[in-house]
Ligand binder design. Structure first.
Ligand code: CTP
Ligand code: ZN
Length: 151
């Protein structure tokens, strides 16, 4: 393969989150709270990728995420790859894991659930990770991937 050009400039220090489905880019930004930080952030979307037809990439300068922070995006970007950059070099690559428990982020599928009627933060146990299924801590109903809505 020919040496490709970087479509989004290289960063000196920080984290590159690659292989995000293009349609989830802004949700990933919001889940990671990147709309509220002062770090330099660059992103690109609808880039060509062999794995996903349309992928997005986010580069956050000067930030290294904790595993439980980054794993929150696994629900919507399970194929995401993290590249830890120090002095322009990729020093580590990580994948994301779906956590065992999800607090906030997802909506319960049950319209009668307390979380849909009172200001209560959602809370789920992940009962399946391949085809995501979340069991609500409050109403015990299962929200499956097809019905998954991100708050
Ligand atoms: N990157 C960056 N700044 C750097 C080094 C790398 O923004 N100083 C980005 C690259 O643009 C790429 C990602 O980090 O999107 C991973 O870099 P690298 O491992 O060099 O690229 P690939 O070999 O293409 O990795 P992969 O196949 O895992 O995507
Ligand atoms: Zn519920």
């Amino acid at each position: 393969m020919s040496k490709r050009k970087l479509k989004v400039s290289a960063i000196k220090e920080g984290t590159v989150i690659d292989h995000i489905p293009a349609n989830q880019l802004f949700k990933v930004i919001s889940i990671l709270g990147l709309d509220k930080v002062s770090n330099q952030i660059t992103f690109g979307t609808n880039l060509e990728s062999s794995k996903l037809n349309h992928k997005a990439i986010i580069k956050v300068s000067g930030k290294y995420f904790e595993d439980d922070e980054i794993n929150k995006i696994a629900l919507i970007a399970p194929a995401a790859k993290l590249n830890i950059i120090k002095d322009y070099e990729v020093i580590e690559k990580k994948v994301v894991d779906v956590p065992d428990e999800i607090v906030g982020i997802a909506k319960c599928f049950n319209p009668k659930c307390i979380t849909n009627n009172e200001p209560v933060t959602t809370r789920f146990t992940v009962v399946s990770k391949d085809n995501i299924a979340l069991k609500c801590h409050y109403c015990e109903k299962i929200t499956s991937e097809e019905h998954l809505k991100i708050t």
